[in-house]
Write a protein that binds this ligand. Structure first.
Ligand SMILES: [Zn+2]
Length: 275
C-alpha cells in the first residue's frame, strides 16, 4: 500500500517537526531562565561589598539615634494627577520637599548632623560602587549592570523612597507616568531647604517687629520730613511713609541705613524695582 506508507511518513515528519519545535522552545526557556539566574547572582555578587558597608552604616546610624528609627525604605508615594498640564509641570522634588515639610518636626527628632552623616555615608557608598566588567550575554551594557547593582545596594538604606506620579485621561485612552527615587541625601537636602525657609520667615517677622514708631520718627526727621525721591513734604500734600530700601523679603534690616522716607505715590510707583 504505497499511499498509506507515504501518508505515515508524512505524519512522522510532522511529529518530528513538532517535537523539534517543542525542544527548541524548551531550550529557549531554559537558557532564558539560566541567564536570568546568572544575572541575579552576578548583581548580588558585585553588590555584596557595598551592601555590607550599608549595613555597617545602618548600625552606626541606629546607635547614634537610639531605638526608634523611622525606616522609610519600602515607602512608595503614589500621586494621581488631574490633568495633562499638571503632569507636564509636575515637580517631584518640590512635592517631596513639601511632604517632608509637613513632618518636619517629626524628622527633626533625629538631629540634623545625624541626618547629614547618614546622607554623606550613603552617597559615599553609592558612588564608590565599581562598574563591573560584564559578559555580553548577561547585560547589554556595563552601565545597565551598574544601575541594577546600585538599586540592589540602595534598597538596603533606611531611606529609599520611590515617588510615582501618573495621569490617565478621562476615557482612559492615554496614561502617563513618571517616577523617581529619593535617597537619604535628598531627604537631608529637603530638611536643609525647609530650615532655611523657616529661618528667613522668622527673620522677616522679626525685622518687621523692629519697625517701632520711634524708628519711623527718626527716619523722617533725618530726611527732613520730605520724600527722598520727589522732595514733597506733608505740607505740600504728600502722605509720607517709611520704607525699607532693601526689602525685608530680600534680607533687608530695619535699621536707619536701610530706611528712607517716601511719599505714598513714589512708594507705590517704585514697585519691586530698587535703586
Ligand atoms: Zn515722592
Amino acid at each position: 500500500m504505497p499511499y498509506s506508507s507515504a501518508h505515515s511518513s508524512e505524519i512522522d515528519m510532522f511529529v518530528v517537526c513538532i517535537i523539534g519545535i517543542v525542544l527548541l522552545l524548551l531550550l529557549g526557556l531554559l537558557s532564558f531562565l539560566a541567564v536570568r539566574h546568572m544575572r541575579e547572582s552576578f548583581v548580588e555578587k558585585h553588590a555584596q561589598a557595598a551592601i555590607d558597608q550599608m549595613h555597617a552604616l545602618n548600625e552606626t546610624y541606629q546607635n547614634s539615634v537610639g531605638q526608634k528609627v523611622p525606616g522609610w525604605n519600602t515607602a512608595v508615594q503614589r500621586v494621581k494627577l488631574r490633568s495633562k498640564r499638571q503632569f507636564d509641570t509636575y515637580n517631584a522634588k518640590k512635592e517631596f520637599t513639601n511632604y517632608v515639610a509637613r513632618f518636619y518636626t517629626a524628622f527633626l527628632q533625629i538631629p540634623l548632623p545625624v541626618w547629614r552623616a547618614y546622607a554623606l555615608g550613603t552617597s559615599d557608598i553609592m558612588s564608590n560602587v565599581p562598574t563591573p566588567n560584564v559578559p555580553w550575554y548577561l547585560f547589554w551594557k556595563n552601565y545597565s549592570a551598574l544601575v541594577e547593582i546600585k538599586d540592589h545596594v540602595s534598597a538596603q538604606s533606611y531611606i529609599n523612597v520611590r515617588w510615582e506620579w501618573s495621569y490617565t485621561s478621562p476615557q482612559g485612552r492615554n496614561s502617563y507616568s513618571g517616577f523617581c527615587i529619593f535617597a537619604p541625601a535628598d531627604l537631608y537636602n529637603a530638611l536643609l531647604t525647609i530650615r532655611e525657609k523657616r529661618k528667613r520667615k522668622e527673620s522677616k517677622s522679626y525685622q518687621r517687629s523692629l519697625m517701632t514708631p520711634a524708628l519711623r520718627f527718626a527716619v523722617m526727621k533725618r530726611d527732613h520730613y520730605r520724600c527722598r525721591l520727589c522732595g514733597k513734604t506733608a505740607d505740600q500734600g504728600a502722605r509720607l511713609e517709611v520704607d525699607h530700601i532693601t526689602p525685608v523679603s530680600k534680607g533687608g534690616k530695619s535699621v536707619l541705613d536701610n530706611l528712607w522716607t517716601l511719599c505714598f505715590e513714589c512708594n507705590r510707583g517704585k514697585g519691586a524695582e530698587r535703586l
